[in-house]
Ligand binder design. Sequence first.
Ligand SMILES: [Zn+2]
Length: 424
Amino acid sequence: MDERLLRAVDERIEELAALTVDLIRFPTVNPPGEAYTPCAEYIARRLAARGFETRLIRGEGAPGDCDRYPRTNVVARREGGRPGPTVHFNSHIDVVEAGDGWTLDPFAGVVRDGKVFGRGACDMKGGLAASIIAVEAFLAVHPTFPGAVEISGTADEESGGYGGVAHLARQGFFSRPRVDHVIIPEPLNKDRICLGHRGVWWAQIETRGTIAHGSMPFLGDSAIRHMGAVLAAFEEELFPALDRKQTRMPVVPEEARRSTLNINSIHGGQTEDFFPGLPSPNVAHSCRLVIDRRFLIEEDIAEVKSEVIAILERLKRRRPRFDYEIRDLMEVLPLMTERDAPVPTALAGAIRAVFGREPEYVISPGTYDQKHVVRFGHLHDCVAYGPGILDLAHRPDEWVGIEDMAESAKVMAASLDALLHAAA
Ligand SMILES: [Zn+2]
C-alpha cells in the first residue's frame, strides 16, 4: 500500500469537511428536484480547475424534468495520459426532504464533534466528497497514470434514478469502452462492500364492486370488503410463506435476509377529502392496493407474481362476485456482483490495508443506481462502497463522521490505484 496516498488524504481532511459542508448547503431536495443545477455546476467548477473535462447533461424528458426543476447531472473525466481502464465514481446529488425533528438547520452544514450534520450528509454528500478527495489525493501522487478517472454527480436516485444514472447509462456513459469499473459511494459503512440489492416488484391490485346507497348495502357490492378478503388471504398464506424464504444473499439488516411484502397504500370508496362537509352514503365500487414486494436472487420474478395471482384467482373461484385487476408498476431484478470481480477485489485489498481486517460483504435491502449501470450499461463490475451509517439516512439530524470519510477516501484512493495500475 502506497503510504503517499494515505498522507495525501490526511493532508486534505479539512478540505474534505469543507467540501461536504458546501455540498449540503445546496438544498437538492427531491421531489421536486430543487437546486440540482447550481450543485452540479459547483462540482463541475471544482473538477475543471483540477484538469477534468466536465459536462452538464440534463435528464430531458425524465419524470419531473421541467424548466423549473431541470434534472441536471455532471460528468467529469480526466485522462491519465496513457492507455488503460476507466474507473468511475458515481454519487447522487439529490436528498430527501428534511422532515420534522431536526435540532439544527438541515441545510447549514453544521460541523460539530468531528461530524458534519445536514440532510444528505450521510446519504450521500459525504460519500461524494470522500470520492472527490480520494481522486484529488491520487492525482497529487500520480499526476500521470494509465487510463482515466471519472466522477459524476447525478439526479433523482431517491425517486428511481430515471433522470440521473438511467438517463446517462442509456447514452453509453456507463458502458465499455468508456467505463470499466464503477464505485457508488452510498453510505454502507467504511469497511463494508455492498455487492447489490434484492429485487423489487410493485403492483396495483384493484377490486371492483357495485355502487349503491349506504343505507342499503345489500343492493350493492363493496369493493372494500373484497379487498379485505385479499388482505386476509395475504395474512394467512402469503406473509408466512414469504417469511420462510431465506436467502444466501448477505442482506443487511439481517431481518431483510428473506422475502418481504409491504402494503404501500390502500384507497377505497369515496375521497376522504370531504372536510369541512360530510361524506355521502355510498357502497364502494372500487378499492386499490399498492404492494411493494422485495425478492431474492433465488426467486424468479414470474414466480413472485404468480404467487399473488394464485391467491386472487382462488378468491375469484370461491368468493361470490369477486373480481380484480392487477397492474405492474415497476420491476427490478435482484443483483449480486461476484466478490472476485475487479472492483470488490480492489476495495477488499484496500480495506485490509487501511483497517487491518477483512471487509464485510453486504447486500442492500432496497435498490439504488447500480441497477441502471447493470441494466442499461451492461457493466457488471460495479458495487457500492462509501462512508456513513446507513441507518442515519433520511433521518432527522443526519450526520457523517469526518474521520470515517477520510478513512473511506483512503480506501477509495488505494482502490483506484490498484484498478488503474494493476492493468498497466
Ligand atoms: Zn443514497
